[in-house]
Ligand binder design. Structure first.
Ligand SMILES: [Zn+2]
Length: 193
């Protein structure tokens, strides 16, 4: 049985993303290497053109993913993940994305085409030595800091445990000094041990 015939059977002659029955063709989910049926899905031309970027994304068309993302076929889940990622500025798409569980290997495949990378442009918090800080780290202050509004000076050498990162500002972390939650500039701390 050829891949195409096998696919016809699997998809029951419907687009595996939107269930349309017209102009179906085989789509190899890139980067397909083996060309096996596991890496192919049957999709309609409407889906295909929007996936390829020939046509602009028609947001409402992709509400079909609400159903198809639950497919047993991994390649379909992968395409659902990619399209939801493209649409993730839409609240409903982000909600679906949050529900779509892919294991580590599948995620590697899903991300292989670079989908969603710009969306995840992470903010990196770097200490005075150039070390990357992560939430929960302990840092020490490398100079005396006047804490504005709190009326005390945080002394050089003070350890701040369990810091949190200010998500939208790479220069700011937060931590407790003398029982008060304060904002600290990353250039004034050093990651401990
Ligand atoms: Zn379709």
């Amino acid at each position: 049985m050829s891949t195409e015939t096998e696919l016809q059977t699997r998809c029951e002659s419907k687009c595996e993303l939107c269930a349309a029955t017209e102009s179906l063709s085989v789509y190899e989910v890139p980067p397909a290497s083996k060309g096996s049926i596991d890496e192919c899905i049957m999709i309609c031309s409407t889906c295909q053109q929007q996936i390829d970027g020939v046509e602009e994304l028609e947001v409402n068309h992709w509400r079909c993913l609400n159903d198809s993302m639950w497919s047993q076929v991994l390649a379909v889940q992968i395409m659902a993940w990619r399209m939801l990622t493209r649409l993730s500025t839409e609240g409903w798409a982000q909600d679906l994305l949050d529900m779509l569980y892919l294991d580590d290997d599948a995620l590697v495949w899903a991300k292989a085409t670079g989908e969603g990378e710009s969306a995840e442009d992470e903010v990196k918090h770097i200490d005075s030595n150039g070390a990357v800080l992560i939430a929960g780290d302990t840092v020490t202050l490398i100079k005396d800091l006047n804490v504005k509004g709190a009326g005390f000076t945080a002394k050089r050498g003070t350890a701040v445990r369990g810091i949190s990162l200010v998500a939208d500002n790479a220069d700011h972390i937060e931590g407790k000094v003398s029982g008060q939650q304060i904002v600290i500039l990353t250039k004034f701390v050093k990651k401990a041990g």
